[in-house]
Design a protein around this ligand. Structure first.
Ligand SMILES: *Cc1c(COP(=O)(O)O)cnc(C)c1O
Length: 465
């Protein structure tokens, strides 16, 4: 990069444009913004490098160009929220991108709950204090056949609450094939330890028999825990008892059984042409005393953790002081309730619940979307870029259905001079950022989780001058 002469902070702040920024933002913040942009320019470490870079080098150092970039930084700094992005990764439930997009009715419910008081813990019939989870409990029980439900921040919290309530300083029997890591530092053995439970491993990685469990259950046993292999598969020479058999054994020995389902599919996914995923209703029907799952995976709601089970056990969870620390707020309750309302009442669930709609899309529609996006990109991208539609394999994500490959299509974008990671960064520098993936040396914009072809056309902050 060529050395440039940069204006001083004072020279930048003397421009008329600076006055308009100072009318909107506190002076020290405006000064900080200008300093940052100047520092960045000095070190050549600019975050947004447009293709017309070389031709813009002189404009870039002008006071007004500095101010434009300072203005962009100020918007971000003050907004301070995670920037909106377009999910072109081909991973429908992307944990790093906030997982499930919510249904419009859930978004409305959250906005309404945010703006005004809500009777979260007030029983309007009696005027007395009410149970926080009761609104969503009723829907959850109706949808799953459970007796009772508790809702906390996420599924990790749900597990922590169950383990702390039932298994503190006592043993939890888990198969060695299920001591899983979910990603983002969630490891089942660690959560167990944190809750004060003592892990009692049984069986081997690939095979655990009913007798292994039977031999491990003793008077210190508090719980038998089964983790649904949501984000991995053990294939080949494998064995594990049916849930029904394991529950029968646990009950014979007077110990409850918890099934951690993870994904939380409330409907039979086969109706959407996807492989079967065990539902809470099935797990409870097979004898699980408690089941836990996430609200923002296949369920398609806000981040939450749900525990379902018998009334007496769930009541113990509700009385644990830890529940207070893990409880959800009115926004989550509103979003979850609205999502569950769709499960109960929507005539066409896949049409109304975005997650299921995205998973249900057929390849023909996806190919048409990719072709449309490719044409738009060809028209919008400068010289040096080339685009091509390619067939891809997308995935559900968040550990759900790990071996399933969803047929999809992508626009492969290449640039004559740039390596694929630079192309990726250039799309990431757009606002909103467009997040694709690099596969075999090519940058791909997968359309599986994209709504509109136009969303894939990057918009960079207007070139100054
Ligand atoms: C995703 C997952 C979790 C963690 O759920 P969060 O809602 O992300 O906390 C726990 N167990 C299983 C089996 C999972 O798939």
């Amino acid at each position: 990069m060529q050395p440039r002469s940069l204006p001083s902070v004072d020279a930048v702040l003397a421009r008329p444009l600076a006055a308009s920024l100072r009318a909107r933002f506190a002076r020290p913040l405006v000064v900080e913004a200008v300093r940052r942009v100047l520092d960045e320019a000095r070190h050549g470490a600019r975050s947004a490098v447009a293709p017309s870079d070389a031709t813009r080098a002189s404009d870039d150092a002008s006071p007004d160009a500095i101010l434009q970039r300072a203005a962009a930084w100020l918007e971000q700094a003050v907004a301070g929220r995670p920037p909106g992005v377009v999910n072109a990764t081909g991973v429908v439930l992307h944990t790093n991108l906030g997982r499930a997009p919510l249904a419009p009715s859930a978004v409305r419910a959250i906005a309404e709950a945010a703006a005004a008081p809500v009777a979260v813990e007030l029983d309007l019939a009696t005027g007395e204090r009410g149970e926080r989870d009761r609104h969503v409990s009723e829907a959850l029980c109706a949808l799953t056949g459970a007796e009772a439900a508790a809702v906390v921040n996420n599924n990790a919290a749900a597990l922590l609450l169950v383990l702390d309530t039932l298994a503190n300083r006592r043993e939890v029997v888990v198969s060695r094939g299920e001591l899983i890591e979910i990603g983002g530092s969630f490891r089942l053995p660690d959560v167990l330890r944190k809750s004060g439970a003592v892990l009692r491993e049984v069986g081997t990685t690939n095979r655990t028999r009913l007798e292994d469990y039977a031999a491990a259950i003793n008077r210190r046993t508090a719980l038998v825990l089964r983790a649904h292999p949501s984000n991995y598969r053990i294939t080949g020479f494998t064995e594990r008892p049916e849930l029904r058999q394991l529950a029968a054994l646990a009950h014979e020995r007077g110990v409850p059984l918890l099934e951690d389902l993870g994904s939380g599919a409330l409907i039979d996914l086969e109706t959407l042409g996807l492989p079967h995923e065990p539902t809470p209703r099935e797990a409870l029907g097979a004898g699980a005393d408690l089941v836990t799952f996430s609200g923002d995976k296949l369920l398609g709601g806000p981040q939450a953790g749900v525990v379902l089970g018998g009334a007496a056990l769930v009541e113990r969870l509700q009385r644990n002081p830890l529940k207070r620390a893990l409880r959800v707020d009115k926004l989550t309750l509103a979003g979850l309730a609205a999502t569950l309302a769709l499960y109960r009442g929507a005539a066409d669930l896949a049409a109304e619940l975005p997650v299921l709609g995205l998973l249900h899309r057929d390849a023909t529609a996806l190919e048409a979307l990719a072709r449309e996006a490719c044409a738009l990109l060809r028209a919008a991208l400068g010289p040096g870029f080339s685009c091509e539609v390619v067939a891809t394999r997308a995935e559900v994500g968040s550990g759900a259905q790990p071996t399933l490959e969803l047929p999809s299509f992508a626009v492969a974008v290449e640039h004559a001079q740039w390596r694929e990671d630079r192309v990726a960064r250039w799309f990431r520098d757009a606002r909103p950022a467009i997040i694709g993936r690099v596969t075999r040396g090519r940058f791909l914009l997968d359309v599986r989780a994209v709504r509109d072809a136009a969303d894939l056309v990057p918009r960079h902050e207007a070139a100054p001058g």
